[in-house]
Design a protein around this ligand. Structure first.
Ligand code: ZN
Length: 410
């Protein structure tokens, strides 16, 4: 048994969010989280003591629910500011983006993420190039095999190649690595394929992920077959009209547990539907800004009780996969919201809410949860408890001092 002592513990447990001069007692799972000094003394005698030190803060390891580790290289070649401009540059520079990509490179990216406090990842994989790295990662991984295919005539071939990738990732399943299914988007996957992938995911009882209403162009294309997607699709895929409307696409997701990524251009009706489906939304504010997609309204989600998960997306649409960087950007971008409350919600989004959406038993420091814990030292005191989440986001260092996953120091 281990006991980690910390001046401040942010538990993400709504019953008692903050403990001062507390301790987390854990093996693989958390036995007890307490600020009862007599209990701490008793545990100190029989457990391995790890003292976080003065001004230390412990919290659950962070969870990045939506990232792409493929296409991590050569992002300096990409165009930013508009979605189609960016997508065209990705297609044009595809060879360059993939060239720098090898296992050592992705392993390095994963190490950086870990050092910054990310102990679990929802990774979207388009090709399987990242399988070796992610199956051997120290972090917990939900590996989303992504289906993409806009040619209905080739549907069988596309699906069979997709099933091969799913089978390869299934072989690597372990206590830290789970494989799951993602559908690229309403504009890039033919409905027959969408239905098959959803049925497969339902049988597997794993979470499902899809991009949805990321850009204004996507919205116009799905609504009326017009806008900047029109010329692009005609040229690139000889597609003259959208497969389905946004609402039709959502209707396929009944009885699923789905993470809808972006939704920056979702209207009230689509958000109502996502709320009714019990969906969660992965929110990638930096990516949305760089691709000119606007800003998701967190207030609209709150009104509908839709959980959101701040995530980084991939390095082709971000400069950092560090979640504290992303949280700092989110704090600054959602300028209308109450700052301390927003900070609290943002931390929940990358811990407890993300764990629930990914089907993981972590994200909270409470008895029975997996012992995924990070800790670091603040440079000064924070006497106002309500200001703690904000100060933690603002001041978190680029490298954590202690990191435990499943109770193991990493
Ligand atoms: Zn994405």
């Amino acid at each position: 048994m281990n006991i980690l002592l910390a001046d401040t513990i942010l538990t993400m447990d709504p019953a008692r969010p903050v403990l001062r001069e507390g301790a987390i007692v854990f093996d693989e799972n958390i036995e007890e989280v307490t600020d009862d000094q007599a209990a701490i003394e008793r545990w100190r005698e029989k457990a391995l003591v790890i003292d976080g030190g003065k001004r230390s803060v412990a919290l659950p390891g962070l969870i990045n629910a939506h990232t792409h580790l493929e296409f991590s290289g050569a992002a300096t070649e990409l165009n930013y500011g508009g979605f189609i401009a960016w997508l065209s540059s990705v297609i044009e520079k595809r060879e360059t983006l993939v060239r720098g990509l090898n296992k050592a490179f992705i392993d390095g990216v994963l190490e950086d993420m870990l050092r910054g406090g990310t102990t679990a990842i929802g990774a979207i994989s388009s090709y399987g190039f990242d399988l070796e790295s992610l199956a051997g990662a120290k972090q917990r991984v939900v590996y989303f095999n992504e289906l993409i295919g806009s040619n209905p005539a080739a549907a069988d071939q596309i699906f069979s190649a997709f099933l091969d990738r799913v089978a390869m990732s299934d072989e690597r399943r372990s206590d830290r690595f789970n494989s799951a299914i993602a559908i690229h988007s309403p504009y890039s996957v033919a409905p027959a394929l969408v239905r098959k992938a959803i049925a497969l995911s339902q049988n597997r009882k794993t979470p499902l992920s899809t991009h949805f209403l990321e850009s204004e162009g996507e919205r116009r294309w799905l609504e009326s077959g017009s806008g900047e997607f029109k010329g692009f699709f005609e040229k690139a895929f000889k597609l003259e009209e959208p497969f389905c409307s946004a609402k039709e696409f959502l209707s396929f997701f009944a009885d699923t547990k789905t993470i809808f990524t972006h939704c920056a251009n979702a209207g009230d009706e689509e958000l109502d539907m996502i709320g009714a489906l019990g969906g969660a939304i992965a929110h990638c504010p930096v990516s949305n800004r760089l691709l000119g997609c606007g800003l998701l309204s967190l207030e609209k989600l709150k009104n509908r009780e839709i959980p959101y998960l701040v995530a980084t997306d991939g390095l082709s649409s971000n400069y950092s996969l560090n979640l504290f960087d992303e949280l700092r950007s989110a704090l600054l971008m959602h300028e209308g919201l109450d700052l301390p409350l927003l900070a609290r919600d943002l931390l929940i989004s990358v811990t407890d809410a993300a764990a629930k959406a990914l089907g993981l038993n972590c994200g909270r420091l409470a008895s029975g949860y997996a012992a995924d814990i990070i800790s670091f030292k603040l440079s000064g005191d924070v006497s106002d408890e309500a200001a703690l989440p904000l100060q933690v986001i603002l001041r978190a260092p680029s490298a954590m001092e202690h990191i435990f996953i499943n109770g193991e120091r990493v």
